[in-house]
Design a protein around this ligand. Structure first.
Ligand SMILES: Cc1cc2nc3c(=O)[nH]c(=O)nc-3n(C[C@H](O)[C@H](O)[C@H](O)COP(=O)(O)OP(=O)(O)OC[C@H]3O[C@@H](n4cnc5c(N)ncnc54)[C@H](O)[C@@H]3O)c2cc1C
Length: 516
């Protein structure tokens, strides 16, 4: 008997997770991906014989993936070697001012005490407690919930716990909230940076985003071989479950007939019929009409002013000396407010904060582990940038100046990268716009600015029956684990709707899918 058919547009994390979960339960799944490689933003480039990660590098929320792999009939550990990071990240402001943040809260408190005094260490412990409280309050009723709404959240908390809702600090900015815990501006900068994990400015994002700090403290995992291995593992999981993954197959439209999504038209002219379609492209691609007029209103459109951050990245394989890099390193600019003000005005920061991932490196807590033997190693350097990748692209001169300032900051912090004779692959907001159409290069969907922003993200069910949404521009938000959760929620919504349709019209739909 034929099973129900699902077409997935896009092989990012959300698309691959949805495909794996549905295929493993007998649904016939085809994933169409416009690019040659799978994984979406989780991508890599080949430089000097090495594969360098160019997308996400920080792997968190491991249990989310363990559950997905188990539910799709496999084990995460069979696909990836993951090691817990003792040092979450090494931070520097110059050659003297350096601070490591550890997975262990007491070690971090000690390090902060030595760096900025005992009052700041006490503030850190209080901050961690608050971040944990916010995460725990939101995990079930919001992050894991398929239909998030303010009303739903209030219901979930119940009248007796409405005070708890206030505790998630939705009305105060992250930056302002941080001054309750830290007097030292460097620490406000360090913990404010967590807003950028959602593509947002700490000056505009609600303090609720403190929960990102908790997620990271719960565990950062070092993926042996780099993060792209996760994309490969998800693709293998989907294929093993029976999904068909088609590269270089761009969807030109999602087909709607009799008010219901029923397939995908490819640029090549081919038509793929389906009982349901999951769109893993950014929802901006829907609202801009790039996937056809019939689905332009499928998700709320957000103005380009509310786009999240873009980035400029420089990927390279180069000899490194001086600064003892660990896997994750952050080099801070002198003026964080100015940095986000420039970005708000569509400009590159006059002095950008620079994140450097040294993907070959592990870490040990005393910092002695420095990879001095390798002559050259893969590096990804990243700065935040405005999402102006469409019409108002940044000028080459501005990008060159930003690069100069970013690498000057690294040198001031003691990091020497020998870039001579080394190929550097630069990716700009314009390049991101080309790879992820209609986004302007915004990497995280709409920004999480203001207390209502998170409720405005569309959930798994679109406004068009049969069309479902998954990915970082949808609920519960951006980041690899969140996009994975969105894929799981989309798969669950599809399964639920298939099963109620089967109950309504048992004679018409006789496929033997059993989702739960
Ligand atoms: C530089 C960078 C650094 C990041 N760092 C981190 C990090 O350290 N940790 C973390 O957790 N997250 C990080 N993120 C965010 C994270 O990568 C994303 O939130 C997540 O990967 C998004 O997954 P997604 O499901 O939205 O799919 P996407 O990655 O957005 O993929 C969507 C896919 O759809 C395809 N597509 C679009 N339109 C069509 C069409 N018409 N036809 C066919 N295919 C189409 C695209 O080609 C793409 O492959 C980072 C992102 C970037 C870019």
């Amino acid at each position: 008997m034929p099973s129900e058919r699902v077409a997935v547009v896009g092989a990012g994390v959300g698309g691959l997770v949805a495909a794996s979960l549905l295929a493993s339960r007998g649904v016939s799944v085809i994933v169409v991906e416009r690019r040659a490689e799978l994984g979406g933003k989780m991508r890599r480039v080949g430089i000097a014989g090495r594969q360098v990660d160019c997308g996400p590098t920080v792997f968190t929320m491991r249990p989310v993936f363990e559950e997905i792999f188990t539910n799709a009939g496999s084990r995460l550990a069979d696909h990836l070697t993951l090691r817990p990071a003792e040092i979450l990240a090494r931070h520097a402001w110059n050659e003297e001012e350096r601070l490591d943040l550890f997975a262990d809260i007491d070690r971090s408190a000690d390090a902060i005490g030595r760096f900025a005094g005992s009052q700041e260490a006490k503030g850190y412990v209080e901050f961690c407690a608050r971040a944990r409280q916010i995460y725990q309050l939101l995990e079930e009723p919001f992050i894991q919930s398929a239909r998030p709404s303010l009303h739903g959240l209030i219901n979930a908390f119940g009248l007796r716990r409405l005070g708890d809702l206030w505790q998630i600090s939705p009305f105060v900015s992250l930056w302002n909230a941080l001054s309750d815990y830290f007097r030292d501006p460097r620490l406000r900068q360090l913990f404010g940076r967590y807003a950028t994990y959602c593509g947002s400015s700490p000056f505009s994002a609600p303090a609720t985003l403190m929960l990102v700090a908790h997620v990271e403290r719960e565990g950062v995992w070092l993926v042996d071989g780099g993060m792209y291995r996760l994309a490969q593992a998800l693709a293998a999981l989907a294929t093993k479950a029976g999904a068909v993954l088609r590269h270089q197959s761009e969807a030109s439209a999602i087909i709607v007939e009799r008010g219901r999504a029923c397939g995908v038209a490819l640029k090549s002219g081919e038509r793929i019929d389906a009982d349901a379609v999951i769109c893993n492209a950014d929802t901006a691609a829907l609202s801009s009409g790039q996937l056809g007029k019939a689905v332009a209103a499928a998700a709320p459109s957000s103005p380009s002013a509310s786009r999240s951050l873009s980035a400029i990245t420089w990927a390279m394989v180069a000899p490194v000396g001086g600064f003892p890099l660990v896997r994750h390193n952050v080099f801070f600019s002198g003026d964080y407010a100015d940095e986000f003000d420039c970005i708000r005005r569509g400009k590159l920061p006059s002095e950008p904060t620079v994140y450097v991932c040294a993907q070959d490196r592990g870490d040990v807590a005393d910092g002695r582990f420095v990879n001095m033997t390798a002559p050259a190693e893969p590096l990804l350097c990243l700065v935040n940038a405005p999402p102006t990748g469409g019409a108002n692209s940044l000028e080459t001169l501005e990008i060159d100046q930003c690069e100069e300032r970013a690498f000057a900051l690294l040198r001031r912090c003691g990091l020497r990268i020998q870039r001579q004779n080394t190929t550097t692959v630069t990716t700009t907001p314009h390049d991101f716009e080309r790879m992820f159409p209609a986004t302007g290069g915004a990497l995280y969907g709409p920004a999480s600015h203001g207390w209502m922003a998170s409720f405005r993200r569309p959930g798994s069910r679109s406004r068009i029956p049969g069309l479902y949404l998954a990915g970082g521009s949808t609920h519960p938000g951006p980041g690899v684990p969140m996009a994975a959760i969105s894929g799981r929620l989309a798969a669950e919504a599809v399964a639920e709707d298939f099963s109620s349709m089967r109950r309504l019209v048992p004679a018409d739909i006789s496929g033997g899918m059993l989702m739960r």
